[in-house]
Design a binder for this molecule. Structure first.
Ligand code: PMP
Length: 334
């Protein structure tokens, strides 16, 4: 019996190996579910001459477009030898990147610490904790050059040995994730002949990755940004005067310019109020029974403004997540 424990038989060893292989297959199949998100048509009733499609990134396993980015940043860091087993992943995020890092980190055996700010919904905070991340909450009103700005706090926290800063605002793996996965999907889903593609800008990864892919293929599509009132991006892309104020829509808008962004990535930018974004979420839910998040609402509100003056365009909208993440904010606005 004693010897038997020390030296398992061939068939026992085989059983352990089979179990380990099966476990690895479960892991990789979950990561393999990232991407290939569906699109649906909207506004056929209101604008019969238009062709408006919305790409639903809530269908990713972690519930948002940021699963793609979290996966790519972690994979690239692993393949560059920057991560060792048991290391701690650190990120500054308005929630969705953090949720992606938290579930993939858990799957791969990394600790996860997320530095976020007080504008983030309680649903997203609950999800971060649910996946086992340690969460540090900073003020969303802090200026970008303050040492207390959430991105600076994250960078400082990550500077210790054994911690890896995912750094979505400066890490080109972010926009590459979209260049390599979101963009080719969108291209095949009708983007090839689109007149207009609308997205929000948080880190800028989506906009930079998509616009680079489309322009390299000679697309004539105009890239339009939906920016919350009070964010710096309207002035960055259009040259208008920057009038800072605060906004409720999460994940888009900023008070600093991320390192991965460039001002030629967008052709046009619309300032969208919180009320317009909330109202677009409500219209889409009531008309099409479709649940979209607040930044998706800003994107759809932008599409509606464009359709008012150009009702025959082919428009593709990026919906980064669903309204479930903002249920309490959406209910308050009802
Ligand atoms: N919408 C939501 C809800 C997000 O979480 C994000 C990411 N911050 C974005 C839009 C913007 O995406 P990106 O960081 O690629 O600009």
């Amino acid at each position: 019996m004693y010897l038997y424990i020390l030296h398992p038989t061939m068939s026992q060893r085989q059983a352990v190996m089979d179990a380990q292989r099966a476990e690895r297959q479960v892991d990789s199949s979950l990561l393999g579910l990232i991407g290939n998100t569906p699109t649906v048509n909207i506004f056929k009733d209101l604008y019969p001459q238009a062709d408006v499609t919305i790409k639903l990134e809530s269908f990713n396993p972690g519930g948002s477009i940021k699963d793609r980015v979290a996966n790519k940043i972690i994979q690239d860091a692993e393949s560059r030898g920057l991560l060792a087993p048991g290391d701690e992943l650190v990120e500054a995020t308005s929630g969705n990147t953090g949720i992606g890092i938290a579930w993939i980190g858990r799957l791969k055996g990394y600790e996860v610490t997320i530095i976020t700010h007080d504008k983030v919904s309680k649903e997203k905070l609950a999800l971060l904790k649910f996946y086992g991340a340690k969460v540090i909450i900073m003020s969303s009103e802090t200026s970008a050059d303050s040492e207390d700005h959430y991105v600076k706090v994250a960078r400082r926290y990550a500077s210790q040995k054994g911690r890896f800063f995912c750094d979505q605002f400066y890490n080109h793996s972010n926009s590459l994730a979209h260049y390599q996965s979101t963009a080719p999907e969108l291209w095949l889903q009708g983007g090839r002949s689109a007149d207009i593609i609308i997205c929000g800008v948080g880190s800028g990864g989506t906009l930079v990755g998509l616009s680079r892919y489309f322009r390299e293929r000679g697309s004539k599509a105009r890239f339009v940004v939906a920016d919350p009132n009070g964010s710096i991006y309207h002035s960055y892309f259009s040259g208008s005067k920057y009038v800072p104020s605060s906004w409720q829509v999460e994940g888009i808008g900023s008070n600093f310019i991320p390192g991965i962004l460039n001002d030629s990535a967008a052709d046009e930018v619309y300032s969208i109020s919180d009320a317009e974004a909330f109202s677009a979420c409500r219209i889409i839910r009531q008309s099409y029974s479709l649940d979209i998040g607040l930044s998706s609402g800003a994107v759809v509100a932008t599409a509606m403004k464009i359709l008012e003056r150009a009702p025959n365009k082919k428009i593709m909208c990026i919906s980064p997540d669903s309204g479930e993440r903002y249920l309490s904010k959406l209910q308050l606005a009802e």
